[in-house]
Design a protein around this ligand. Structure first.
Ligand code: ZN
Length: 283
C-alpha cells in the first residue's frame, strides 16, 4: 500500500493531509505560515511526518500562490515574501525520495473540484471568489495552459463596470478596470469599507452587475460548459447569489449558449483535494 501527501501552502496557513491510494483522506494538520523561509520548509517536513503512516509515500502534491514554474517546480508565491525562486520540487524530491508536483492554487483547486467532485464536463471552469478572484480552466480533465505556461487570469479582465466610488477601483496588478478590483473580498473592503456580508442591497447589486459582465465575457470568449464557484464570498452568499449573477450574465448574452453555473461541491477542501489528486496522478 502507498499513501499520498497533499500540501496547501497558503500565505496565512499551511495545511497538510495524507490520503489512501483511493484518495480518501487519512489525517490532516494545519499551522500558521511562518515568516521565515527555512522555518517554512522545516514546518512542512514536520507536518508531513505528522500525517504520514508507515506506508511508502507514492507522491506529494502541492497548491501554492503564483507565480511559479510548474514544470521545474520553482515557486515565488506573492504573499510569502521570503519565498523567491525556490526550487521546491528539488527540495522535496531530495528529502522524501518520491515525485513532487506543484501548481498555482487555483489550478489545483480546479483539478480537485473536477476529479474528486466527479463532474465529467469537457470544458470546466473553476472560479474562486474570496480575498481575490482567480480560476483554473480544465479541458478534458487537464489544466489548460496558454502561452508561456500562463493560465487564463479571469480576475484581470477589464469590464464596463458600475461603481458609486470609481476612484476606489484599483487592482493589485496595477492595470485599470479589472473585475477583481470590483468584486473580490479585498476590493469590496476597499470600495465600500466593509465585508461582503454587510453590503446593503444597492451595493450588492453593483457587485452582481459587475460579476455578470465578467461572466458574460467568459461565456462569450472561453465558452465553458460549466462554471463552478468556490471561495468565501461565493459560499457566504450561496444559491440566491448564483441565481442573480446567472440572470445578469444571461441578460445580454446573445450569441452563445449560457454555461451552467454551480457552487463547489468540495467547499473549502478544493485545494487540498486537488493536491492529493496531482500527488497520485501528476499533471
Ligand atoms: Zn488586475
Amino acid at each position: 500500500m502507498k499513501q499520498y501527501i497533499a500540501l496547501d501552502i497558503g500565505g496565512t496557513k499551511f495545511m497538510v493531509a495524507s490520503f489512501t491510494e483511493n484518495l480518501l483522506e487519512i489525517k490532516r494538520v494545519k499551522y500558521n505560515t511562518p515568516e521565515d523561509f527555512h522555518e517554512g520548509i522545516d514546518l512542512l517536513n514536520k507536518m508531513i511526518n505528522e500525517v504520514s503512516n508507515k506506508d511508502r509515500i507514492g507522491g506529494i502534491g502541492a497548491a501554492i500562490g503564483g507565480p511559479l514554474d510548474a514544470v521545474r517546480g520553482i515557486v515565488s508565491p506573492l504573499h510569502q515574501r521570503q519565498w523567491r525562486n525556490i526550487p521546491l520540487k528539488d527540495i522535496m524530491e531530495e528529502k522524501w525520495e518520491c515525485p513532487f508536483y506543484v501548481d498555482v492554487d487555483t489550478n489545483v483547486a480546479a483539478l480537485g473540484e473536477y476529479h474528486l467532485g466527479k463532474y465529467g464536463h469537457e470544458k470546466f471552469l473553476y472560479i474562486t471568489l474570496s480575498t481575490g478572484m482567480g480560476g483554473g480552466y480544465i479541458i478534458d480533465g487537464k489544466v489548460y495552459r496558454g502561452f508561456n505556461g500562463n493560465h487564463p487570469e479571469v480576475g484581470h479582465q477589464t469590464i464596463n463596470f458600475r461603481c458609486r466610488y470609481p476612484e476606489k477601483v484599483q487592482c493589485e496588478c496595477g492595470s485599470p478596470d479589472c473585475i477583481e478590483a470590483l468584486v473580490s473580498g479585498n476590493a469590496i473592503k476597499r470600495i465600500y469599507g466593509k465585508p461582503a456580508e454587510e453590503l446593503n442591497d444597492d451595493e450588492w447589486s453593483e457587485v452582481i452587475y459587475n460579476l455578470g459582465q465578467g461572466l458574460r465575457n467568459i461565456a462569450t470568449i472561453m465558452t465553458p460548459d460549466i462554471i463552478v464557484f468556490g471561495g468565501g464570498i461565493a459560499f457566504g452568499a450561496g444559491e440566491p447569489f448564483l441565481q442573480k449573477i446567472e440572470a445578469e450574465m444571461k441578460r445580454q448574452l446573445t450569441l452563445v449558449k449560457p454555461p451552467q453555473l454551480a457552487l463547489s461541491k468540495l467547499g473549502y477542501d478544493t485545494a487540498i483535494a486537488g493536491a492529493a489528486y496531482i500527488a497520485k496522478n501528476g499533471f
